[in-house]
Design a protein around this ligand. Structure first.
Ligand code: AMP
Length: 278
C-alpha cells in the first residue's frame, strides 16, 4: 500500500496503474461503513484508491471542523488489511493553495435538507469531490447511502458535467442495535448514544406503517416526529419524506420515497435515512 500526500505524487501513481480503478473518498476516522465501501470497490476493480481528507470547505463556521476526529495511523493500519493500493492523504494547503478560487455549485437539490441546515456544505463537497475525481481519475467511485443527499448531489454533478466515471451506492452499515455507523458517533455520551437509537426506530416506524399501506406523508411525518419528541435528549432538525432524486417533498407516497432525518443529541448532529419502495 502506497501513501501519497501531494497531488503531483498521486497523479504520477495514477499514470502507472493499468486496469480499472475504484475510488473511495473519506474524511478518515474509519469504521466498518468505510471499509464496506473499500470491499465493494475491491470486488469491482483491479486497484483501489482511498482518500483521507477532512475537507475544510464543507464545514460551516458553526460546524465541527477543528474537533472532527482524526487518527491517520489507525486508518492506515485498517486500510492495509483491505488490499488498498494507494491512500491519498493531502494537506489542506495542497488541495486549496493560496489563490484557490474555483467552486462547483450544484443548484436545486442542494438548497434543501442538509443544504438548508448547512449553507455552503454541498459547494464544498462538490468542489472537493470534483478535484479528487480529476486527480485520481477513477473508473468507479463509491459513496454510502447513509449520506443520501450527498449521493444525489454527486450523481447530478457527474451527469451535468459529463464526468467520465460510474457512481456506485453502498448500503448503510449499522451497529447491531440499528444506529448507523458514523465517525461522529464518537462524540456521543453513553446516554446520548442510547437516545440516538430513536433515529432507527423512527425509520422502522415509517417503514412499518408504509408496509401496512399508509401513503399519507403528513401522517407518517407526524408519527415519526412524535416518536422522536418523546426522547428527551433528541432535538429534531428535519424529518423529510421526499423524491429520492429531486429531493422534493412528497404529499403522497406514489413512487419510491427517501425518508431522511437530522436530529441533534447534545452538540452532535446525526443523519440517517431509508428508501421506501424502488
Ligand atoms: P465520511 O468519512 O463520513 O465523509 O464518509 C465517507 C464515505 O463513507 C461517504 O460516502 C459516506 O456516505 C460513507 N459512509 C459513512 N458512514 C457509512 C455507513 N455507516 N455505511 C456505509 N457508508 C458510510
Amino acid at each position: 500500500m502506497k501513501v501519497v500526500e501531494t497531488v503531483a505524487a498521486m497523479k504520477a501513481e495514477r499514470v502507472r496503474l493499468a486496469g480499472s480503478v475504484g475510488f473511495v473518498p473519506t474524511m478518515g476516522y474509519l469504521h466498518e461503513g468505510h471499509l464496506a465501501l473499500a470491499r465493494r470497490a475491491r470486488a469491482d476493480n483491479l486497484t483501489i484508491v482511498v482518500s483521507i481528507f477532512v475537507n475544510p470547505s464543507q464545514f460551516g463556521p458553526q460546524d465541527d471542523f477543528a474537533a472532527y476526529p482524526r487518527d491517520p495511523e489507525r486508518d492506515l493500519a485498517l486500510l492495509d488489511k483491505e488490499n488498498v493500493g494507494i491512500v491519498f492523504m493531502p494537506s489542506a494547503e495542497e488541495m486549496y493553495p493560496e489563490g484557490f478560487n474555483s467552486w462547483v455549485a450544484v443548484e436545486g437539490i442542494t438548497e434543501r435538507l442538509e443544504g438548508e441546515s448547512r449553507p455552503g456544505h454541498f459547494r464544498g463537497v462538490a468542489t472537493v469531490v470534483a478535484k479528487l475525481f480529476n486527480i485520481v481519475q477513477p473508473d468507479r467511485a463509491y459513496f454510502g447511502q447513509k449520506d443520501a443527499q450527498q449521493l444525489a448531489v454527486i450523481r447530478k454533478m457527474v451527469s451535468d458535467l459529463n464526468m467520465n466515471l460510474e457512481i456506485v451506492a453502498v448500503p448503510t452499515l449499522r451497529e447491531p442495535e440499528g444506529l448507523a455507523m458514523s465517525s461522529r458517533n464518537t462524540y456521543l455520551s453513553p446516554e446520548e448514544r442510547k437516545a440516538a437509537l430513536v433515529l432507527w426506530k423512527a425509520l422502522c416506524l415509517a417503514r412499518g406503517h408504509w408496509e401496512q399501506g399508509q401513503r399519507d406523508v403528513a401522517s407518517l411525518r407526524q408519527d415519526m416526529t412524535s416518536l422522536i419528541e418523546r426522547e428527551p435528549f433528541a432535538n429534531i432538525d428535519y424529518v423529510s419524506i421526499a423524491d429520492p432524486e429531486t429531493l422534493e417533498e412528497l404529499d403522497v407516497i406514489d413512487r419510491p420515497a427517501l425518508v431522511s432525518l437530522a436530529v441533534r443529541f447534545g452538540g452532535t448532529r446525526l443523519i440517517d435515512n431509508t428508501v421506501l419502495g424502488g
